[in-house]
Ligand binder design. Structure first.
Ligand SMILES: C[S@@+](CC[C@H](N)C(=O)[O-])C[C@H]1O[C@@H](n2cnc3c(N)ncnc32)[C@H](O)[C@@H]1O
Length: 209
């Protein structure tokens, strides 16, 4: 079995184990407040969240009339998400099982594409593939709450490994540029300086698929 598939299966087992207590645990560090900030000002259209986990964002977005699509690779997380997204209109929600490195959506399908706490989990080549996919399916913005390098490369390497489970360290803003996005940092760094919010708008032509 190829190494990357074995690693994916190991991490999927971890998320299956973590799913029931995930929201309660991340609430302890204020994660939900930062998630809320990530979708500030989004009051209409269709939002895709990749690596949605229990889909905490769905409730708030749907109550503002936003249609929400959550994608995750892990069935246990999607099971939690299904419970949490039931009956919170007027916006609609849909949950999809899939991998963020190969999104099952057409180019330009979403007004805003969101990723929080997922890209950092990937090895560098996979996260580059995922960033390209996020840029491709967005017709507006890509918004991330991820371990982002704000200064010299390699800052907070140990903290990033421990707090973001990021095997290849923080994500450089240049990686967003390579994916066809113009990145802009928003607000202060969170969780001991490891996570930041960044918004990316298309640089021009989207990568084709
Ligand atoms: C830290 S949780 C984040 C959940 C949610 N975004 C939040 O901020 O609360 C990471 C999620 O990413 C999912 N995930 C990990 N790798 C993935 C991949 N390659 N494609 C899709 N989902 C993935 C996991 O199953 C897990 O639900």
């Amino acid at each position: 079995m190829p190494g990357s598939r074995r690693t994916s299966q190991r991490t999927d087992r971890w998320w299956t184990f973590a799913a029931p207590g995930y929201d309660r645990t991340v609430a302890l560090v204020g994660w939900h407040r930062w998630l809320g900030e990530l979708v500030a000002g989004v009051d209409g259209g269709v939002v895709l969240e990749v690596g949605c986990g229990p889909a905490f964002l769905a409730r708030g977005l749907r109550s503002r009339g936003v249609d929400y699509v959550g994608l995750d690779r892990n069935p246990a997380m999607l099971h939690r998400a299904r419970r949490g997204t039931h009956g919170w209109g007027p916006g609609r929600s849909r949950l999809v099982r899939g991998d963020c490195t190969e999104l099952p959506f057409r180019t330009g399908s979403f007004d805003v594409v969101v990723a929080a706490g997922v890209l950092g989990l990937l090895r560098a080549p996979q996260r580059q593939a995922a960033l390209r996919e996020l840029a491709r399916v967005s017709r507006g913005e890509v918004r991330l709450l991820e371990p982002i390098a704000r200064g010299a490369a390699g800052t907070h390497r140990l903290r990033t490994r421990l707090l973001a489970f990021a095997p290849d360290g923080q994500i450089a803003l240049a990686e967003l540029v390579d994916a066809g996005l113009r990145p802009e940092l928003v607000g202060p760094a969170r969780l001991a300086g490891v996570y930041s919010q960044v918004r990316g708008t298309p640089l021009g032509k989207r990568p084709d698929r």
